[in-house]
Unconditional design. Sequence first.
Lengths: 535, 162
Amino acid sequence: MPLLKIDDQEIETKAGETVLSAALRSNIAIPYYCYHPALSIVGQCRMCLVEVKGAPKPLTACSTTVTPLPPDKKIDGKYDMVVSTKSEITRRAQRSVLEFLLLNHPLDCPICDQAGECQLQEYSYTYGDPASRFDFEKVHAPKRVEIGPHVVYDGERCIKCTRCIRFCSEVTKTGELTLAERGVHTLVEAFPGRKLDNPYSVCTVDVCPVGALTSREFRFKERVWFLQSANSVCPECARGCSVRYDTYKGDVLRIVPRENPEVNAFWMCDYGRLLSERLKDIPRRDRPGIRTEKGWAFYSFEEFWPIFAKRLQASGNSPFGAVLSGRMTLEEMAAYKLLAAKVLGNSAGTALNIASGADDDLLIRRERRPNLAGARRMGIAVSEENCDVAALLKNKRRAIIIREDVVGDAPVPQRPAVVKALQETELLVVAGDAFTATAELAHVYIPLAAWHEMEGTTVNFMGQLQKTARVLLPPRNRRPFYDAVSAWLKASGEEAPEGGFPAWFAEVKKAVPELSNKSLRDLLPRGLKLSEVAP
Amino acid sequence: MSATPASLLANEEFARKVEALAAKYPEPRTALLACLHLCQDELHHVPPECQAYIAGKLGMTPAHVRGVVTFYEMYSEKPLGKHLLQVCKTLPCMLAGSELLLEHLERKLGLKPGSTTKDGRFTLVTVECLACCDGGPSLMVNDALYKNVSPEKADEIIKELE
């Protein structure tokens, strides 16, 4: 294989490898804008120009493959190609390209959402000239163009790298975008009367290396350097995309995909991403409550359990009908199984399979819950798609519903029957992170931490086990279900794992033999592929 | 009665011509420039609805076709006049007096470069080199190239058009 020398480093290249890819995997810095590992190579931005020994002018590292020389022509007797990233020629090329890219750039960093994560800023700092020689009127271009329902385009900040265009034509294959006009007037545009509105449109904002494409939902929310981030998993379908939550002062401001070749490559769908907006509308109750004829009475977490235990005792000992959810983490499922064995009279419980739409070719799955594969592995039954919840609760005097909006998710014709079945129970316990229409019907409400407010593990439809993070701290009386179970078991005079997530992860390890010699560290950052299990 | 975008798209003859062009190449999209010329010649412009139509015929996205239309000077998205006057403004023609020619045409037609007379008869534009530096000032009228065009000669050329 050809031997490449970049600066002082020798690199054994792979067949057909480019200079840029060899440099990136050897931790050698070459700046680039238009190159993206998941997109075709176009050599559009010229930022990766490097001096190649023997070449008459600098070459783009992204599109130059390292080719073998005949044995007698090797450079210094052994190299097939010698590249310099620090020579005067390379430096001058980098400076000049940046000067061109910034010629008509508005330099509006103080009000630009990309500031702080902008490659123009980064490279100007590292490779650019401190002063501009351009003192003419800049060419102006359209700004604030609503190029799609969730994406806003700024023609003056755009460096025409075409990453967004290639994303739409190569990844989603929808081809909404193009470069229109020519030269300094070139703009990224959608066809007249059409919009950038595919289900993955905001990924164009992720791939945009500058502030030209911004997310309509995140625009002007917060300077990115004030955000606090945590790596977690998207809960909106069975794919379980690896994501990063960015928060500020207790609010989730945006959710962005994390690279994970095992799950979602570099992408995520707009629906999952816009969970950050839907979180604002979720009705919460932050204290556990018991409903009597006089209405709801709410308590602190500690006050609640003795009162609840009494209410439970008074309800007799008939078996519980239990409706579980693919939104429970493995730890919560383990907690439910222990609870069922010790307190609920072995009520097996069924996790609802909520489904809608269809699997697409990229990421979106018809199965709308993140951890149903986990439920199957934990030995919890998973219902048929969109099953009739009323039938599950038939003849049950006591019922518990965990992490599900059963009334809200029931198909419309089933809804009255579900409401009736719930109303006919003598004791209905609803545990969830939202105070939903289902919770309104309950006799007992146990508030739970939401998906992004607790640690846990989850298994996607391909068997990838990933760890979720406590992105935000929930109010003190709203806790993960496993913490509620610890308190419940104690109030019922049973022994329970103490110590929150690590203790319950140990319970999961007991149930999933493959994990027995794994630690949490093995799950980061991309998760762990579990072997196939017989259905 | 000249063609409108709607009448062109309804015209089976046009559809046949586009399909014949596409059939000439292993990749139908190779015929794009030729198809756009066809439309430009018929309508004196290539409006978005025709771009989308051609895109459909050639298996391309409308956005891609629009990128091509806006890249080339020879296609226009806005209707041009019946007669297109292109004055060369490159250095050799300028030295030979194309500035005078341009001023004359502007005055005569009451136009600024890049605009069309109200009656839709003439569009005046300036262009880069017409590859005729030995015969400046050069003027291209529709498909015909004229050399050594003095203001008087320009008048005659235009008179013949009328």
